[in-house]
Each structure stands twice: as structure tokens, then as C-alpha cells.
Design a protein around this ligand. Structure first.
Ligand SMILES: [Zn+2]
Length: 350
């Protein structure tokens, strides 16, 4: 069994929105280079495999037919605009399907014990794609498609989607907002200051999904230690949920200096995050973790941060974990977590 399997294709570079757009093809080169370096440096078994495209029925499990038809039509006509910052070229439909297929394949290799953990190095990202709309650089919701496949086709009963991208994954949250078999937990920049303008702690789900949508918003400038304390707070809820696998929407846009971000993390925050998720999965679900790439736009930092995250996922313990014991959470993040506790006190123990 591989320790880490990455799913990647150069085909992902064919989808281009605008030469100056932050969601650029170059992003992926840095992340996949990090994996190639680890292949040489680490004793663990790491493999890079090629994706396959997604089946139409998988897309239909989370998107309405009109949405899929619209993306296909605009793309096949040579491209066009969905929103000001989300545009298509002639390859976008095929490449968005390949990204969803790659995310599903990443989940599949973990489900089938081919690999302990996996990471789909994809673009376009997916977590802002709603059932019936594209937006925020996303067209199809890659991780939602993969999670739904586990539930409806593989008989899973409890899947967690942990979203550590800088932005609230409105699409993923809303697609499963009424469900208790898929727990959505997101740590993101506060919606008062950041896209998509939703993701408040009081958005906890509806009907039987109440309590199964956990939003942890953080104020502008939040630093690594607070972010990791928030992740440990989230881990407590995930622990109570007892998932059979941990799916992760990974975005590196919370790094300090990201052109679209307002949080202030350093690379070691992601090393710590990988490690915390690794330990959580070892305790809860035989180490099963499958990640997909969402955002992260500070090109020159992506190789180093990806490498650190992968190392954390493989179980290497970073020094920042010791600091986490010593340095207390700040008052403003503590007050955010108190709001989350108040909203969810009927559903989880704190
Ligand atoms: Zn993002």
C-alpha cells in the first residue's frame, strides 16, 4: 500500500481564465514539484498517478442537469464569462470534469486500500461550485462529487469534509446542508471581510443536517498558532462524529501575502495541519485521508508549503506542534470559537 498517492495531469493547465488571473496553470507545477522532491527524499512510498474523467452520473449526483449543460455549451462554443472572475475557455468543460474525476480517483485509491492517503493536485478548484451555479473560480464541486460517491455507491455512512482553504466552501456546505451523513467543517476568513460573504457560525445546517455544518470564521491577520488551535477545536467535533474517512479541501491561500487572502499563516501552519489531520485519521479511520486542492495563489511559496503539508500528512511532526502547547490562543480567536460553541452546543460536546 502506498503511503501517499498524488493524482495529477499536465492536462489541467489547458483551462486558462486570463493570463493575469491568480488561478493560473503555474500553480500546479509547484505543488507537483514538491511531491516529486519528496519521492526522492522520503523513505515512504509515494506515487503520482494520472486521473480519469468523471462519469456524467457522478456529476449529476450533486449538480442539476442545466448547470452541467451550461458549462458544456459555453466551453464548446469557445469560452465565455460566468462571473467577472470566473471564465471559461474551450477546454474548461473537459478539464473541470477531469478535476472531478481526479478527486474521485484520489478517494477511490484510499477506499480500496491502494494508498493510505491521497492528494488530487487539480484545477479548476471546486468548493465554491453550488448545485446549480459556478463561481469563485469553480465549475464542478470536486470534493462533493467524491463524497457523494462514497455514500451512494460505496455504502459509507459517515464522511467528513474538512475545508482548510482560506475561503468558506459555500458550494460544499450548501450541497450537504440538509445531511447528517456528511459533516462539513470549515475554517475560513470571516465572511464580513472575505469572499463569499457567508460562512457564519450560525449557519449550522437544516432539518436532519442541523449541527452537521460547522463554520469557524477567523478575523483578518489571524496567525498560524490560532489557526492550528482552531483546527484542534474542529478535530474535537470530527472525533465525536467518528468518520470512516477524512476528506480535505486544501487551499494554501491563507498564507501570509497571498494576493486574495487576508489571513497571516506561515508554511509551518500547513506542516502542523497535515500532522494534526494525520494523527486524527490514525485515531479514527485507519489513517484514511483524501485531499483535493482548492486555492493558493502566492506562486513562489506553493512548492515549500505543499511539501510541508505532504510531510505532515505522512506523519512527520513539526516543531510548531510544541509551540502550540506553549502559546495560548488569542482573545479574538477565542471569542470566535465561543460563538461556534454557542451555535452548536445542542449537537456536540465542548
Ligand atoms: Zn480560497
Amino acid at each position: 500500500m502506498n503511503d501517499l498517492t498524488l493524482v495529477y495531469s499536465d492536462e489541467f493547465k489547458k483551462h486558462v481564465m486570463d493570463r493575469a488571473h491568480p488561478e493560473s496553470p503555474e500553480r500546479l507545477e509547484h505543488t507537483i514539484n514538491a511531491a516529486r522532491e519528496l519521492l526522492v527524499e522520503c523513505k515512504e512510498t509515494i506515487e503520482i498517478i494520472k486521473p480519469e474523467t468523471i462519469e456524467k452520473e457522478d456529476l449529476l449526483s450533486v449538480h442539476v442537469p442545466d448547470h452541467i449543460a451550461k458549462i458544456e455549451a459555453i466551453s464548446k462554443a469557445g469560452g465565455g464569462i460566468i462571473t467577472l472572475d470566473t471564465t471559461l475557455n474551450e477546454h474548461t468543460y473537459d478539464i473541470a470534469k477531469l478535476a472531478a474525476g481526479a478527486t474521485k480517483l484520489a478517494v477511490k485509491v484510499v477506499d480500496e486500500n491502494y494508498s493510505k492517503t491521497s492528494f488530487a493536485v487539480v484545477r479548476p478548484p471546486g468548493h465554491h461550485a453550488e448545485t446549480n451555479s459556478a463561481g469563485g473560480f469553480c465549475f464542478f464541486n470536486n470534493i462533493a462529487v467524491a463524497a457523494e460517491w462514497l455514500i451512494s455507491r460505496k455504502g459509507y455512512r459517515r464522511v467528513v469534509i474538512l475545508d482548510i482553504d482560506h475561503h468558506f466552501g459555500n458550494g460544499t456546505s450548501h450541497i450537504f446542508y440538509h445531511r447528517k451523513d456528511i459533516l462539513y467543517v470549515s475554517i475560513h476568513a470571516h465572511p464580513m471581510y472575505s469572499y463569499p460573504g457567508s460562512g457564519y457560525p450560525t449557519e449550522i445546517g437544516i432539518v436532519e443536517g442541523m449541527g452537521y455544518n460547522v463554520n469557524i470564521p477567523l478575523l483578518p491577520g489571524t496567525e498560524s498558532i490560532d489557526w492550528l488551535h482552531s483546527l484542534i477545536f474542529a478535530s474535537n467535533i470530527i472525533e465525536q462524529f467518528q468518520p470512516e474517512i477524512i476528506l480535505v479541501s486544501v487551499g494554501f491561500d491563507a498564507l501570509s501575502g497571498d494576493p486574495v487572502g487576508i489571513l497571516n499563516l506561515n508554511n509551518n501552519a500547513f506542516f502542523g495541519a497535515g500532522y494534526i489531520i494525520n494523527q486524527l485519521a490514525n485515531r479514527l479511520c485507519k489513517g484514511k485521508i483524501s485531499c483535493t486542492l482548492e486555492g493558493g495563489y502566492k506562486i513562489e511559496l506553493l512548492e515549500e508549503v505543499s511539501k510541508k503539508f505532504f510531510k505532515g500528512l505522512l506523519g512527520y511532526k513539526p516543531k510548531i506542534m510544541e509551540k502550540l502547547q506553549e502559546i495560548r490562543i488569542s482573545n479574538h480567536t477565542n471569542s470566535m470559537l465561543s460563538q461556534v460553541k454557542r451555535a452548536l452546543t445542542d449537537y456536540w460536546e465542548f
